[in-house]
Design a binder for this molecule. Structure first.
Ligand SMILES: Nc1ncnc2c1ncn2[C@@H]1O[C@H](COP(=O)(O)OP(=O)(O)OP(=O)(O)O)[C@@H](O)[C@H]1O
Ligand SMILES: [Mg+2]
Length: 353
């Protein structure tokens, strides 16, 4: 089913259920061999976007392209796509090998070829030794590998993964994350669209992240771009924790309560309201540039760091501080600081209420 060109392109794809728009004019391109994470809260339209690519839902308007093929009108089985859904959906009465062979049999692939491909897919997912087992004789993680093997057996150009790790416990999840990264290295030409609401998965696996919010694409960029230089509050808080401080633009910086903060204000007008985004791990305890003073409202020990919640002018500022031998006491007055380069000025509250 391989074509010479791969990749996925959403061209203004809108999906509605009973007149309710759940995917709103999505424009997004996943390059050949690229891993794109679709990240967003529950109900934001992630699965719907995936189903539009797979052909399980028909857009009300817009087109879906795989490479240069317009597949909008094609049935799912003619799209050459591998898909793994959240709940594995293995056939319980079939052995592992037959589960993996399923898509190939449906395509009337020759028997010898099926044997080769099944072995290859099971090998890729580390399940070579389990071909004769039934799904009930496998752990959750192993079942998920089989589901991935089944998706890979047809040698798809495009792999769609819908929260593939969400049913696994935390430890297994991190092991499977590493497995998926390895799999991608072994199949560098396969484009992957990976749905998750877990930012760690998105930051770890994806070449780029598309952030979804209430049926709309909010932002798209490399993990580093979205983390270091988010363009809106929703993205800033969804990709990593963020302090979002209401500030007023001055000259050469902003003011936050009594504090003057030096930051690049771009073209923002003097006197305008804006939001200053600073990541908690970039906020230090003690005196320094861009000093804020407040009282400690809460302290959480998190192993490698202490998270301090400091009340500054009626706002809670989070600071993740490492190597804190003697943490300040609750109610103690403290100073916080951060470098100007670590702060990003965002438009005030445009995205979220
Ligand atoms: N078959 C359907 N009929 C009617 N509404 C639907 C249908 N499928 C999804 N929806 C609605 O579309 C919206 C988007 O759903 P979708 O499954 O794409 O969200 P999601 O981002 O994948 O969420 P989650 O993280 O919970 O899986 C939701 O409001 C959902 O209720
Ligand atoms: Mg979903």
């Amino acid at each position: 089913m391989s074509t010479t060109s791969s990749g996925i392109r959403f061209d203004s794809v809108t999906v509605a259920y009973d007149g309710n728009v759940v995917l709103d004019a999505l424009d997004l391109t996943v390059g050949p061999g690229e891993v794109m994470a679709l990240l967003g809260p529950s109900g934001s339209g992630k699965t719907t976007a995936l189903r539009a690519v797979a052909g399980f839902v028909r857009p009300a308007s817009g087109r879906v392209f795989l490479g240069d093929r317009d597949v909008t009108g094609l049935p799912p089985h003619r799209r050459g796509i591998g898909m793994v859904v959240q709940q594995y959906a293995l056939f319980p009465h079939m052995r592992v090998a037959d589960n993996v062979a399923f898509g190939l049999k449906a395509r009337k692939t020759a028997k010898a070829e099926i044997r080769t491909r099944v072995a290859e897919a099971l090998e890729l997912t580390g399940m070579g030794a389990y071909a004769r087992r039934h799904p009930r004789e496998l752990s959750g993680g192993q079942q998920q590998r089989v589901a991935i093997a089944r998706a890979l057996a047809i040698r798809p150009d495009v792999l769609l993964l819908d929260e593939p790790l969400s049913a696994l416990d935390a430890q297994l999840r991190s092991g499977m994350l590493a497995e998926l990264a390895r799999l991608h290295r072994e199949l560098p030409d396969v484009s992957i669209l990976y749905v998750t609401h877990d930012q760690v998965e998105a930051l770890t696996l994806a070449d780029r992240i598309a952030v979804m919010d209430r049926a709309k694409l909010r932002a798209c960029g490399t993990p580093r771009e979205l983390y270091r230089a988010p363009t809106d509050e929703f993205t800033a808080s969804f990709v990593g924790g963020a302090n979002l401080l209401p500030v007023t633009v001055g000259t050469g910086g902003v003011s936050f309560g009594d504090a003057e903060i030096k930051v690049d204000t771009g073209g923002a007008a003097r006197g305008a309201s804006a939001t200053l985004c600073v990541r908690p791990h970039l906020v230090g305890l003690g005196d320094g540039p861009n000093r804020l003073t407040g009282t400690v409202g809460e302290i959480q020990w998190r192993g490698a760091t202490h998270r301090l919640y400091v009340d500054v002018d009626g706002h809670r500022v989070m600071a993740d501080v490492r190597e804190l031998k003697a943490p300040p006491a609750f109610g103690e007055s403290v100073s916080l600081h951060f470098s100007s380069e670590d702060a990003v000025l965002l438009p005030a509250g445009v995205s979220h209420d």
